[in-house]
Design a protein around this ligand. Structure first.
Ligand code: 5AD
Length: 463
């Protein structure tokens, strides 16, 4: 029997879809090439911004037509909208069979079978607080995977006033370092070269059972331990850190560990102290800039990217100017920018949504212009340099080029001839041209193995 999963939204969701893949294939289902061939269809949803819900509604409409021609197909909604709406979704969309929350993925195949045996529709959205489960996503045997994601924590204890995540993903739960290490080791043995540690506030990770969170530097200790115990790992990324957990120890790890890339994605959301306070971000503009500058000086080629919300309730032109000035003061090389979207249950609802749509649009466009200039400046500055590029895949444009990323996580399109199969290799690439959002280059010299672990300091004891 075949299944089809459609994923909306973030990396966390893509990773969850992988785990659903595994749960279903282990139970004997096989992936379908198209939704029309599938007997089980899962929409894995995101509710961080309103747009994602709109997409869900239109997908539900499409599924309704599918159900009309294939009444035996099992239709499921998973992810944050499932968690948020629960049974209400079943009432709203009577053609739905299953609503399943992120913590219940492990039960997916059993629930599907229950429906296939004629059981009634089910909403299963229970947080696993008592026994948090962290399903592993194994590297695919079908396609070669150079990069993979490993969850280190889930949920979120922050209460940013705009954000629905604490309500859809629950409170923070942390995985043990032994478990994390075991999964990374397994990925690397399966051919993975770059691992990204995942968590809603990934750097608040700590080892459950250790007496206190202390200075919250346990996350950096985890990075040292991974570097030490998985020496074959080429790159170790993490996303997304919260600025208030960027400790001195974490900054130091970036100087110490060659396996960390020269790039951090550090969401700032706004450059105005007034807005940051109303967002409950728990840092000031000055504190953010100070930490950003220290991160930037941890490495010669370090770059930062960020997330920004424009049009948060009460945001004035002056507040927005503050955001623009922070963007240039920090010198981000890229940013994800979003128009504020009121979300159910969130504290910011009480402020109303008072910035007119046209003003939000204008601010977003201005911000994008600024960011494009900064990205362009950064990419152009690399023309003529030799970058260490991890090759991820063949280019999608049908050319003989390959696509990879340099240490700063910038995309590089590479001419690799005469190397017929460079996927998974770390190549020295001379950058010949900068495009708007990527670069082009020619592979030079021979490939080299994972960079040596450059340890300039004594390592902390094992976590
Ligand atoms: N409106 C707009 N953007 C939001 N984000 C989170 N919640 C909202 C919202 N209500 C953005 C933040 C966050 C990213 C994942 O999504 O910038 O970092």
């Amino acid at each position: 029997m075949q299944y089809f999963i459609q994923t909306f939204g973030c990396q966390m969701n893509m990773h969850d879809s992988r785990r659903m893949d595994e749960v279903l294939t282990r139970a004997g289902y096989t992936p379908a090439g198209a939704v029309s061939d599938a007997s089980v269809v899962v929409l894995n949803t995101c509710s961080v911004r309103e747009k994602a819900e709109h997409k869900l509604l239109s997908a539900l409409g499409t599924l309704k037509s599918l159900k009309a021609v294939r009444p035996d197909a099992v239709l499921a909604v998973a992810g944050c909208v499932a968690q948020q709406e629960g049974e209400k979704l079943l009432k709203r969309a009577p053609h739905l069979d299953l609503v399943i929350g992120p913590d219940n993925i492990v039960e997916l195949a059993d629930l599907v079978r229950h429906i296939q045996r004629g059981g009634p529709p089910i909403a299963r959205t229970v947080f696993d607080y008592d026994e948090p489960g962290f399903l592993r996503a194994f590297p695919s045997e079908r396609k070669r995977e150079v990069t993979s994601y490993v969850t280190v924590m889930k949920g979120c204890d922050e209460r940013c006033s705009f954000c629905i995540v604490p309500y859809t993903r629950g409170k923070e739960r942390y995985r043990t370092s032994d478990d994390i290490l075991a999964e990374i080791t397994q990925h690397v043995a399966g051919g993975v070269r770059e691992v990204t540690l995942l968590g809603q506030t990934v750097n608040s990770w700590y080892e459950a059972g250790r007496d206190s969170r202390g200075t919250a530097s346990q996350f950096s200790e985890l990075l040292y331990r991974i570097a030490r115990e998985v020496p074959k790992l080429t790159r170790l990324r993490y996303t997304s850190p919260h600025p208030r957990h960027v400790t001195d120890a974490l900054i130091r790890a970036h100087s110490d560990l060659a396996v960390l890339p020269s790039h951090v994605h550090l969401p700032v959301q706004s450059g105005s102290n007034r807005v940051l306070r109303r967002m409950i971000r728990k840092y000031t503009r000055e504190a953010y800039i100070e930490r950003a500058h220290r991160l930037l000086s941890a490495r010669r080629d370090m770059t930062l990217s960020t997330d920004i919300i424009v049009g948060f309730p009460g945001e004035t032109d002056e507040d927005f100017e503050q955001t623009l000035s922070l963007v240039s003061e920090v010198g981000f090389v890229s940013a994800f920018a979003f128009k504020y979207s009121p979300r159910p249950y969130t504290p910011a609802l009480k402020f109303g949504d008072d910035v007119p749509e046209a003003v939000k649009e204008e601010r977003l466009a201005t911000l994008f212009q600024h960011m494009e200039l900064q990205q362009q400046r950064h990419l152009t500055s690399l023309v003529g340099s030799v970058q260490s590029v991890l090759v991820e895949a063949a280019s999608r444009d049908g050319s003989s080029r390959f696509m990879g990323r340099n240490q700063c996580h910038d995309i590089v399109h590479i001419e690799c001839a005469p190397n017929p199969d460079p996927i998974g290799q770390l190549l020295d690439v001379e950058i010949t041209e900068a495009y708007k959002h990527s670069m082009r280059g020619i592979a030079r010299g021979s490939t080299h193995a994972a960079p040596p672990l450059r340890m300039v300091r004594r390592l902390p004891l094992a976590v």
